[in-house]
Ligand binder design. Structure first.
Ligand SMILES: C[S@@+](CC[C@H](N)C(=O)[O-])C[C@H]1O[C@@H](n2cnc3c(N)ncnc32)[C@H](O)[C@@H]1O
Length: 380
């Protein structure tokens, strides 16, 4: 059985990011087979997984389907998983982890379902190779994903391993940082391609500005990581992988087409943002300032101004924040005419305080909270 002959990959993303993930994949030259609210199925082979992992900015996991089967209980799950030729996939020296999501009455908890798959893998390798691989919760080596819904199971090899949002540059998170993949989705939703200036007041730990720099420099975000799930699978071709990284490295630009400006009133936030930008290799491309957002230098050339203000839940905080949101509206009107303004917030009442009419309202989720990316066309 050639376990690596399937011709589809399942790529997941955060809620709200599907259109941008779809566009990214299409742009890489792949055909989308289907789409759902947390990702897409792509016509692509096992060999394509490294490229997708390296290039995609909005994806969380790239998964290779091993098997879909009907399943009515944990014993059947074990039997179905054990017939896969694990000796062709996993070296017994590797470490295996199984992540499971269940929505079925056939099993009491998802951990137990994952445990049965892990047992099947380990027992089969003990039988065929005379050695049991170690296993546990870490996602640094071979990662399997089990989805069990009703009477159907899907078993995947997670070619990413840990989430692709873990780029590895955020050495110093500040207050409430955005997930890197969400920041990229917001920028792509704003139509940012690096060709116009990007202004990011209230930058916090700098995620939006850093992701913007990676987009503008055409740098594949995966180049910042040195570990992916596919690297631990038996047929990993290190030579091809090195050549692909070199090819992607060669595609990056050495200069920014337009300025990126990031500011925050808190000097510690700007320090953290600079550190993170340094770790991402883009510090030299971002202009940082410590200042009130209203003092942010805004280029005359038309561009994008994007803010992610706090959206506190306490009443006192809301009154105080309401004043800040009104000030953002004034800042947009006075300092940003000709630009397109964006506010990313999880608080609709505060968003109303901006006092401008939004031309678009896009729904995303940030740490489980429904949020909106609000767009304001700021006419001259
Ligand atoms: C929700 S955080 C932004 C998080 C950021 N998007 C990230 O990914 O790290 C809001 C930021 O606004 C900053 N801030 C609050 N009031 C400000 C003001 N008046 N002027 C400038 N920055 C301000 C805070 O210091 C904080 O870093």
């Amino acid at each position: 059985m050639d376990i690596f002959k399937n011709n589809s990959l399942s790529v997941s993303c955060g809620p709200g990011s599907v259109p941008y993930l779809h566009e990214e994949i299409r742009h890489l030259g792949f055909r989308i087979l289907s789409e759902h609210n947390r990702g897409v199925e792509v016509e692509a082979s096992w060999e394509d997984a490294p490229r997708l992992n390296l290039c995609l900015r909005t994806a969380l996991h790239v998964m290779y389907p091993l098997k879909k089967f009907s399943c009515r209980g944990p014993d059947e799950l074990y039997r179905e998983a054990a017939v896969l030729p694990w000796e062709e996939i996993v070296d017994p020296d590797e470490y295996v982890s199984v992540v499971s999501t269940v929505d079925t009455g056939r099993v009491k908890n998802s951990m137990f379902a994952g445990q049965r798959v892990k047992d099947a893998v380990v027992d089969r390798l003990a039988c065929t190779r005379g050695q049991r691989p170690s296993s546990g919760p870490g996602r640094d080596n071979v990662v399997l994903d089990l989805f069990w819904s009703g009477d159907t199971c899907w078993l995947y090899l997670d070619t990413s391993g840990s989430k692709l949002s873990d780029r590895g540059y955020r050495t110093k998170p500040h207050a409430a940082p955005l997930r890197e993949t969400l920041a990229s989705s917001l920028l792509l939703a704003a139509g940012y391609d690096g060709s116009v200036p990007l202004v990011n007041p209230m930058c916090g730990s700098g995620t939006l500005a850093i992701e913007a720099a990676l987009i503008a420099l055409n740098r594949a975000p995966g180049l910042l990581r040195d570990n992916f799930g596919f690297m631990h699978v038996k047929n990993f071709d290190e030579k091809k992988w090195r050549a692909l990284r070199e090819e992607m490295n060669g595609r990056g630009r050495g200069e920014l087409p337009a300025r990126i400006i990031a500011t925050d009133i808190d000097g510690r936030a700007v320090d953290a943002a600079k550190n993170n930008a340094h770790a991402a290799g883009v510090e030299a491309f971002i202009e940082f300032h410590v200042c009130d957002f209203a003092e942010t230098p805004v280029p005359r050339e038309k561009g994008i101004c994007i803010l992610n203000p706090a959206y506190g839940k306490r009443l006192g905080a809301e009154i105080e924040l309401g004043r800040e949101y009104r000030r953002i509206g004034d800042f947009f009107k006075k300092k940003c005419p000709g630009h397109t303004g964006y506010i990313f917030t999880g608080n609709p009442a505060l968003a109303k305080q901006v006092g401008l009419r939004a031309s678009r309202r896009l729904v995303f989720f940030n740490a489980g909270i429904e949020c909106r990316l609000l767009e304001y066309r700021l006419y001259e």
